[in-house]
Design a protein around this ligand. Sequence first.
Ligand SMILES: [Zn+2]
Ligand SMILES: [Zn+2]
Length: 261
Amino acid sequence: MSVQHKTLEELTVYLESSVGSKEEELIEEHLAECDECISSLDFLNSLKRGLKEFKAHSQTFVKKGLSLHLTNDEIRRYINDACNEDEKRRICPHLAGCDKCFHDVIAIEKVVEQLEFEEKVTKGISILSKFIISYPTRASTLEKEGKELIREAVRNCIAPFLIGRAFSYSFKGPEILDEGVGKEYRKMETDDFAIEIVQPSGIESNVIIGVLAKSDLKNAKVTICAEEEKSEIISLENRRAVINKENLQAETIRYIKIEKM
Ligand SMILES: [Zn+2]
Ligand SMILES: [Zn+2]
């Protein structure tokens, strides 16, 4: 009769769990009469101890400032699997000892994957905007995706201000205008429109949005998305329109979509 040995997965679960269960009893019965599985268990145990020591050692290095936090460039190369051996020797122990960088890497990997499979431009903009708000210092790790998204957005009549600001792309500002005109001034262009945002000094809760159509138009549909989308129809005079928005802050505007009508 052939013996059904325990798999490494089963033995790992057995090692990790402390509560007694039916499966555990069965494994123990098997271990009592199988040297082969006992030696697998020994191997797993020493591996676990080794990893624990490696982690503790790495944590000490990070705490003492001997292992510096990962740069955005290092993280991106690590995610792209483009690190050479020297880089791996630095990056892997750091990730084992630094929760902060570890969680940053996980968050970035998640966004890369989400953007890869997201087909709707506005959804992509929301995903990346949320990431930039939560991890402002890590924004440049997603510069490639950001710039691709901007190009695609612009073709779809969408000006993604928050992302444009992060990557200084097709985008002017933030600038301090003279004479206290605006605290922030930004401009982005889509294929059909130029859109400007001004945050007036002294009234930080208000935003003035300027629209300039590149062709003769009477009306346009404007959708502004900060937390959520809001649409309205505007009429243009000499191809221009000015929209005043109360209770809106320039830096929260994820995108403005303007469609010809
Ligand atoms: Zn066995
Ligand atoms: Zn770190």
